[in-house]
Design a protein around this ligand. Sequence first.
Ligand code: MG
Length: 397
Amino acid sequence: MTSSTHYWYTPNRESERLAPFATRESASRGRRFSESHPGYRGEYQRDRDRIVHSAAFRRLEYKTQVFVNHEGDMFRTRLTHSIEVAQIARSIARVLGLNEDLTEAITLAHDLGHTPFGHAGQDALNDCMKNYGGFEHNFQSLRVVDELEERYAEFAGLNLTFETREGILKHCSRERAAALGELGERFLKHGQPTLEAQLANVADEIAYNNHDVDDGLRAGLISIEQLCEVDLFSSQYELVKEAYPQLSERRSIHEVVRRMINQQVTDLIESTHQRLEEKTPDSVDAVRALGDRLVGFSEGMQHKHHALKSFLRLNLYQHYRVRRMTAKAGRILAALFVAFFDDPRLLPPETQEKMRRKEARAGESGRARAVADYIAGMTDRYAIREYERVYNPAHLT
Ligand code: MG
């Protein structure tokens, strides 16, 4: 070996950079189909790379967070949201000595199962599926990486490690958990996921609450005056106004939002560090066995964070203009579901084939699941186009 060998990736060096409670790939529960070691990458890096190269990841660019994709180029999409979550989570992972690669893989995959049109789409699809096992976007993210991505020669799905899949599955009914084997165990035994998974979850909330403030203001759906009711916003807004009285509104907003994120991230790091000092888990299994989560805000910040969430729910997500969009989105997906379920011949041949396989296995539920998978995989604009193709008599191709 040459003298540069020590710069190369070697998994056993993880003990030097990771805290005892971090997830180590050397102690991974592995992949469902065993594969040889990826060579010059770690196992979680390989997970991350497979996620980035998946079709579902690329489609996130044209899926909505709150605003419909075509409303404007300045708004967040699920893709930019996922990147923001990964950025926030990785910064925190590094300072706490957690596994940054695993954190990145979980955060980039966390929204892969989202339907078009955000939560409106998920609710509509769940309604269509109520007699067939329901539809839940978080569980769908797991299905995307476990079976729906058909790309590799030797297995369905991306064949990710247990720990990445564990992090993707944030919640789960007891019924589903029982069918998932080892992955579902923690939902039956009230255990916790790894700290990296806990972190991905909170980073998701920090990202969307803060960027929804930014996007909501940009769209003119909420105002600075309204936001001044919210402690997290008003305290930073006053500081920015005092320090930079001449600053334009747009720059002031960005300055406030970045300070809000920083304040929440700092609190999260310090509070989590304190809990880790108190509980001193000495391994990832000790973390899993604890009754409570260790990654989280202080009580005071939790309260403020909750107030921001409530504000957004009331003033942004329930805004009549947002509701008009979500009602329309729900109708589009429900109509597509009915059309395809009633007459599968309207589906592309490849999807019909998948439906036949699912129907042979699970009857009508299998047929419904195939339709739901097809619709869930659509981007906003693709769903609108499919609706036009199926229902608009003027659209003859
Ligand atoms: Mg998210």
